[in-house]
Design a protein around this ligand. Structure first.
Ligand code: PEP
Ligand code: MG
Length: 870
């Protein structure tokens, strides 16, 4: 099999095989853009290597050598040549972009001898030795695993000693000394020399890139972004162009649109006389790309045009790496740029308006989960006026606002967050090693680096608020102190971070939810056009229902009535009902609750303005309504005018070993039918009242939980219906209503055809169904599920994303059986999975009628449903 492809042989479609970088380099080559020539070793070659005992086969070696030869011929350059020396860059690139995760080696091919030739050819000794010291550092890091801090610390020390400010101010003689020391570091740390043979360097670098697929930070990143572990990385080998060859050269990164706001304006930064990693590493502060317009107007114009061309070609905002070598522009990479959720929505809408994307394409380009970021909190305006602002202001690298305790290292951040603290990671700069701490932080603050620094890029990707490059902060990560012009802060002190403006405040500032924006509205409107599923909300309070209505939920998929029983005045009545053994007392308690419930339902129905509403009858075991602590039992006994012993005795009778598998759901009503009858009466009476008072038509959907046998459903439905019919007859009213059931037990799925004979509708309760299918207690499983996921036993937490092969299969069977009895019966989902994008796709594909989720997830669900339908 072919394992190596020249840039002329590939194209953008080949991301799986050539990685994103390789495929796009090939595509840009095809488009005739100025890409330095090179070739790509495929991801398959990487996986072969990793799977076959890390053997670098002769076949692969020969194939690489053939392409190397071709590159030499086409460029007229050669390794070690005295006239036309070939130097290469070696860079990884997997199918999905993993910024900062994998590794790069530049200037490969240099050695002690030919560095002198390079100095002669270029008549620039400084340049030659600058390249060489960079090679030594990158090669040492990537290939030999020598921590970069060994090189960097020395460099810092050396510069301080010789009073040199910038790397680019070092003289040739100084660079030679640095090279000398770097080689000594190899010997000291690795007991190995730096290999002098360029080919040996190349093969070692290729192997290192292959192996880097399995380094820890790559694994963490993949887990975080749900990227499969068996994709592998490609290796791109490319002729070097030199951004560090003087003041007519430079290197930079630019986005064709602003990745923070989405504004259609070139956005990025560059450094003169610099190479590759200098810009992203955040060591020197780069200049904004707009300055290039002044300093090199022709190059700027050329870059602008290429950016536009690439945007048109890919139909999306591009993130482009470029290098200028002696006033000539080269493109080194392009990819669809990472962006904040705000920018993503704006760009998607703009691209449709500019005719570069279809509505469908725009919808598919968005991550449904990112909707959450649009609904991010912001600081309360009033609170900001009195807030204690730290005079230093940084770059607004990723929007949102957050408050938390300062941590100076990723480990502490992780530890504190694990014990439930909100933390803010404050560092000079971040590196991929910090990812574990960045994930758990509410916000990230750095004192160095620009908008494309590691911290900025990663935070934007995660939707975490970030302020970067706060140059007035003096951060001492070792002593755990951050000094700012008017004071200092220590580990554990609370700060507030505004990633939208780049402001920092001492202490906590009150937060509120952000306003919705127009682009979001547009995308929502389009999503509704395409979505086949209806989206309902799970809600029972007035304010939640209003939130759901604002997001245009088509109704309520689940009212959990038990939530209404916990107000003190109701709880006591409920307790009377449960505890009392006198029938008149029990009846009286129920009558009082009935009156409350009529008001409850009137409020719900009128708030939702008569849209479809599913009311679920009481679900939890009765013991949840009685006190458990001794002093509470004593108090309640006094309140109820009964003896402590009697109350305690009743409580003990109600005690269950496994309440989740116990006397709950419809089982309660089998023993206490009057409970459901009371609730059904409240539902119907509230509907009648609203009709009479406001002329509002309400068609309640009454839902019975935890049914596992058709007999249960038949019995309860008959009783409920008989009672309702009686009310309707005496009140001479007309109310249409339906009675359905939840499907939340495996047995219910398997007898769905029989249940369908009794039910008017079904709604899958995926929380219980997952619990009952796995036999995982939904209240306790979190303790060990993480380990199942980390160990690869489960791909994801099945309470967050549907377990397709088990729970999903039960749902599929249930739907199929239901359709045999009633082809058109309404079927929905009301468990948490109803708001999960991947699960929604499955439900859509099964042809369900709706999903129901918490109000804030309604927009997520619309977008996911639209994507599934497209
Ligand atoms: C369910 O089990 O999925 C459900 C919606 O009901 P609850 O979460 O109230 O048990
Ligand atoms: Mg349930």
């Amino acid at each position: 099999t072919k394992r190596v492809y020249s840039f002329k042989e590939g194209n953008a479609e080949m991301k799986g095989l050539l990685g994103g970088k390789g495929a796009n380099l090939a595509e840009m080559t095809r488009l005739g853009l100025p890409v330095p020539n090179g070739f790509t070793i495929s991801t398959e070659a990487c996986m072969d290597y990793l799977n076959n005992g890390r053997q670098f086969t002769d076949e692969l070696k020969e194939e690489i050598e053939a392409y190397l030869k071709q590159l030499e011929e086409e460029s007229g350059k050669a390794f070690n040549s005295k006239e036309n020396m070939m130097l290469l860059s070696v860079r990884s690139g997997s199918k999905f972009s993993m910024p900062g995760m994998m590794d790069t080696v530049l200037n490969l091919g240099l050695n002690d001898e030919n560095v002198k030739h390079l100095a002669e050819i270029t008549e620039d000794e400084t340049f030659a030795y600058d390249c060489y010291r960079r090679l030594l550092q990158m090669f040492g890091d990537v290939v030999y695993g020598i921590d970069t801090s060994h090189f960097e610390n020395f460099l810092e020390f050396y510069k301080r000693k010789h009073r040199v400010q910038l790397d680019s101010d070092l003289t040739a003689e100084q660079l030679k000394e640095i090279v000398h020391e770097y080689k000594r570091i190899y010997l000291e740390i690795k007991k190995q020399e730096f290999p002098q043979d360029p080919k040996e360097q190349l093969f070692a670098a290729v192997i290192a890139v292959f192996s880097s697929w399995n380094n820890e930070r790559a694994k963490v990143y993949r887990k975080l972004h749900n990227i499969a572990d068996d994709l592998g990385t490609a290796v791109n080998i490319q002729l070097m162009v030199f951004g560090n060859s003087g003041n007519q050269s430079g290197t930079g990164v630019a986005f064709t649109r602003n990745p923070s706001t989405g504004e259609n304006k070139l956005f990025g930064e560059y450094l003169i006389n610099a190479q590759g990693e200098d810009v992203v590493a955040g060591i020197r502060t780069p200049s904004p790309i707009s300055e290039l317009k002044e300093s090199m107007p022709e190059i700027y114009q050329e870059f602008l045009e290429m950016g536009e061309l690439l945007e048109k070609h890919y139909g999306d905002m591009q993130d482009i790496e470029f290098t200028i070598e002696n006033q000539k522009l080269y493109l080194l990479q392009t990819r669809n740029g990472k962006r904040t959720a705000h920018a993503a929505f704006k760009i998607a809408v703009d691209l449709v308006e500019e005719g570069l994307k279809t509505k469908e394409g725009a919808i598919l380009s968005l991550d449904p989960q990112s909707v959450n970021q649009l609904l991010h909190p912001v600081f309360v305006e009033e609170a900001l006026k009195t807030a204690d602002k730290i005079s230093s202001v940084g770059l607004p690298a990723s929007p949102g606002s957050a408050t938390g305790k300062i941590c100076f290292d990723a480990g502490t951040a992780k530890e504190w967050s694990d014990r439930g603290e909100k933390v803010i990671l404050v560092r000079q700069e971040t590196s991929p090693e910090d990812i574990g701490g960045m994930v758990v932080s509410e916000a990230i603050v750095t004192s160095r680096g620009g908008m494309t620094s590691h911290a900025a890029v990663v935070a934007r990707g995660m939707g975490t608020c970030c302020v970067a490059g706060c140059s007035e902060l003096e951060i001492d990560e070792f002593l755990k102190i951050v000094k700012y012009p008017n004071g200092e802060l220590h580990e554990g002190d609370v700060i507030s971070v505004d990633g939208t403006n780049g402001d920092l405040y001492v202490g906590e500032v009150e937060l509120t939810l952000s306003e919705k924006n127009e682009d979001f509205e547009t995308i929502m409107a389009w999503s509704k056009e395409f979505s086949r599923l209806a989206i309902r909300m799970n809600a029972e309070t007035k304010s939640d229902i209003k939130t759901g209505i604002a997001f245009d939920a088509s109704g309520i998929g689940l009212v959990r009535t038990e939530h209404m029983f916990f107000a003190p005045e109701r709880l006591i009545e409920m307790r009377r009902f449960i505890i009392s053994q006198k029938s008149e007392e029990r009846t009286k308690a129920l009558e009082t609750i009935l009156a409350y419930q009529i008001d409850d339902f009137k409020e719900i129905f009128s708030t939702i303005e008569g849209k479809s509403t599913v009311i679920r009858l009481l679900d939890p075991p009765l013991h949840e309504f009685v006190p458990s602590k001794q002093q509470d039992v004593e108090r309640v006994a006094t309140e109820m005018g009964i003896s402590y012993e009697f109350l305690n005795g009743r409580i003990n009778e109600l005690h269950e070993i496994n309440p989740m598998l116990g006397h709950r759901g419809c089982r309660l009503a089998v023993t206490y039918p009057e409970l459901y009858i009371m609730q059904a009466e409240a539902i119907i009476r509230s509907a009648i009242a609203l009709k009479n008072e406001n002329g509002l038509d309400v068609a309640p959907e009454i839902m019975i939980p935890l049914v596992g046998m058709d007999g249960e459903l038949r019995l309860l439905k008959e009783k409920i219906e008989a009672h309702i019919e009686q009310i309707i007859a005496t009140e001479k009213a007309t109310v249409s209503y339906t009675v359905g059931t939840m499907i939340e037990l495996p047995r219910a799925c398997l007898i769905a055809d029989d249940l369908a004979k009794e039910a008017d509708f079904f709604s899958f309760g995926t929380n219980d169904l997952t619990q009952m299918t796995f036999g995982f207690s939904r209240d306790d499983a979190a303790k060990y599920i993480n380990q199942y996921v980390a160990g690869g036993i489960l791909p994801v937490d099945p309470f967050q994303t549907l377990d397709v092969s088990g729970v999903g299969e039960l749902i599929r069977i249930a739907v199929e059986k239901t359709r045999q009895t009633k082809p058109n019966m309404k079927i929905g989902v009301c468990g948490e999975l109803g708001g999960d994008p991947l699960s929604i796709e499955f439900f859509d594909q099964l042809g369900l009628d709706y999903v129901s989720c918490s109000p804030y997830r309604v927009p997520v669900a619309y977008l996911a449903a639209a994507q599934s339908a497209i």
